[in-house]
Design a protein around this ligand. Structure first.
Ligand SMILES: [Zn+2]
Length: 259
């Protein structure tokens, strides 16, 4: 009984992880293509979870020229979505750039984009709730009441009489858009929570590591102190022994003189 339950729980956990991975990849494709064009989305699976990747390898996998790739990468870099490190190629003597995707920053940036969209849809809803709009039945134009009045409620394109736009239909449409944005942002926030949890674990591991290093350093310093003290003690013992031997010699010498 317990086993079955345990296994079921495990599956759902890995399913959950898989679902988040998929959301993440889609979101990354979305923000990357927003910033650098649709073709840039192809770089996501090449860069994601791969650390820093050699730019020539990226260009090869994406089947684009190195210059095309650099153009995309510079755009992404401008928005802080990728970072690079360079390493000197010892054989050829020039520098090679390695690029990685800033996943967390990219997701946060997409959330900001959606938040802007949310704001603009909310203010649109507000204006569409308060004001009347008129449209051409043939779909040429859409005007506020004031502008329609100036045009004598006639379409500039075809002269057709403008009709009052159905507020309810439009509000429903905007509300639907707002709901979709909200759902999207909630999913993306799930990802951010995942990163925050991972960052916290990494941070705690770091603290433990630093504490361990400090302890080791203290132990090493103590060892050195003990060694130095022992050496000093031995030195002192040697000096004392020498002095004693000298005193002995002098005594013997004095005895010899007396004789
Ligand atoms: Zn018209």
């Amino acid at each position: 009984m317990k086993d079955t339950k345990g296994t079921a729980l495990k599956t759902s956990k890995s399913e959950q992880a898989g679902r988040l991975k998929q959301i993440e990849e889609e979101a990354l494709r979305e923000i990357v293509s927003k910033v650098a064009g649709k073709s840039a989305a192809e770089l996501v699976p090449i860069l994601k979870d791969k650390g820093h990747v050699d730019e020539f390898k990226i260009a090869g996998k994406a089947k684009i020229t190195i210059n095309e790739l650099r153009n995309i990468l510079y755009k992404l870099h401008h928005h802080d979505l990728v970072s690079s490190i360079r390493k000197k190629d010892n054989k050829k003597g020039w520098f090679i750039y390695f690029w990685s995707l800033n996943v967390e920053r990219a997701i946060r940036s997409l959330i900001r984009e959606y938040s802007k969209e949310f704001e603009s849809q909310t203010s649109l809803l507000d204006s569409r709730t308060k004001k009347n709009y008129y449209i051409c039945p043939k779909g040429h134009t859409e005007l506020s009441e004031e502008s329609s009045l100036e045009q004598n409620f006639e379409c500039i394109e075809c002269g057709e009489l403008l009709v009052l736009k159905d507020r309810e239909i439009e509000q429903r449409k905007i509300n639907k858009t707002i709901d979709t944005i909200q759902e999207r942002v909630n999913l993306l926030r799930e990802l951010v929570h995942k990163y925050e949890a991972a960052n916290k674990i990494a941070f705690e591991k770091d603290i433990i590591k630093v504490a361990k290093e400090k302890k080791e350093a203290r132990a090493a310093a103590k060892k050195v102190r003990v060694r130095v003290a022992k050496r000093e003690e031995a030195k002192l013992a040697r000096v004392k022994a020498k002095a004693k031997a000298k005193r002995g010699e002098r005594k013997a010498h004095k005895k010899g003189m007396k004789r």
